[in-house]
Design a protein around this ligand. Structure first.
Ligand code: DAH
Length: 360
């Protein structure tokens, strides 16, 4: 069977050629799998088939033939492994191409929030008062009547309490008094809290939310912001108060602004005043914003009442001070020409976006 043996060897070479030619044309993983089954499959692959036909050979021919088939099988397997890597690689390349990101495209804009106009003006006021030596602090919005009223020289049942339309939210009884819990009606309670916490000299401003139980209209909201100011030291006088508020007003509205102080009553100050600035819109000539008067009322102020000093343990014979309170929304409305305070809490993005990019 010598000749037969050489024919079989020729068959091996032909099969190897067929396998490698076909392998070179394979383009995807499915076709590669089919090819593998056809040529290298354990049961009915063509190369294994050659080994199964070895029974027809003479015993001397068999080892040589078997070795030739196995060597061929090794080469074809190696070729298969190499192809598998590139077919897989080709699929990966295709997937990457499909997923590719065009890094030359302009980025998508990230939506940015804007600062609320009340925040903008609060920050501006805080910066102005920092230059005048005032520290900005904050206090609780849920407050005790002790601080909101009593320590501020507004005793229980005193008619002055009616001035502040209060939201009562609970009460905390003590032996002889009932200390009620309210939403603070003004930032003034922080006067007492601050003085209880520290000895003079005191120079603080307290911006913050206040609440009043009242009907809303274009200039009244049940929720609004005030900014309280307090300075206590030896020899503080009314002229310090006037100088401080005049400087603040000029920083806010311009150096030609004039300030007016008129007598007013607040239980926690004596003497008490209200203060106004020349209208920032018409410069004092009279317009719609100042209702023809040329003046804009900004807040209340005065010299801290001796009773208030005594209530917190300060000796009014040694110390004196001034206090003031202004409505922040009012200043925002003047500065930005807003004619309805209800815009501040309406959550209308068109209103809020008006202040995009405004920086303090
Ligand atoms: N707390 C007062 C109010 O809400 C405003 C005020 C007036 C504050 C006079 C003061 C002041 O500190 O001295 O109506």
């Amino acid at each position: 069977m010598t000749t037969g043996g050489s024919i079989e060897v020729g068959q091996i070479e032909a099969l190897e050629r067929e396998a490698t030619d076909r392998l070179a044309q394979i383009a995807d993983e499915a076709a590669l799998e089919g090819w593998f089954r056809e040529f290298l499959g354990r049961k009915d692959g063509k190369l294994s088939g050659l080994l199964r036909g070895m029974g027809a050979l003479s015993p001397e021919e068999r080892p040589r033939f078997g070795a030739a088939v196995n060597a061929t099988k090794d080469r074809v397997t190696a070729a298969y492994e190499a192809r598998k890597a590139t077919v897989g690689g080709a699929a990966l390349t295709a997937r990457l191409a499909a997923d590719a990101v065009d890094i030359t495209q302009p980025g998508r804009p990230v939506p940015m929030g804007t600062l609320h106009p009340t925040t903008l003006v609060t920050r501006e006021l805080s910066a102005i008062f920092a230059l005048l030596g005032f520290q900005t602090i904050e206090g609780p919005e849920v407050e005790e009547t002790r601080y909101n009223f009593d320590l501020l020289n507004i005793p229980t049942n005193h008619p002055a309490r009616d001035k502040w339309d209060t939201f009562y939210v609970g009460s905390r009884g003590t032996d002889d008094t009932v200390n009620e819990i309210v939403l603070r009606t003004h930032t003034s309670p922080m006067q007492a809290r601050t003085m209880q916490r520290q000895d003079p000299p005191v120079r603080v401003i307290v911006p913050g939310r206040c609440y009043r139980y009242e009907a809303t209209d274009a200039s009244h909201e049940a929720i609004f912001f005030q900014l309280e100011g307090l300075a206590v030291d030896k020899k503080i006088t009314m002229s310090d108060l006037k100088g401080t508020l005049t400087e603040m007003t000029r920083q806010l509205f311009g150096s030609s602004t004039k300030v007016r102080f008129r007598c007013d009553f607040f239980p926690f100050v004596e003497p008490g005043v209200d203060f106004s600035a020349t209208c920032a819109v018409c410069g004092g000539k009279g317009c719609r914003v100042c209702k023809g008067t040329g003046w804009l009322e900004l807040g209340g102020a005065g010299m801290v009442h001796p009773n208030v000093l005594r209530n917190v343990g300060y000796d009014p014979a040694i110390y004196s001070g001034f206090a003031f309170g202004l409505g922040i929304e009012r200043i925002v409305m003047i500065k930005y020409g807003i004619d309805d305070i209800r815009n501040f809490y309406a959550n209308d993005l068109r209103f809020l976006e008006e202040f995009a990019g405004t920086r303090i």
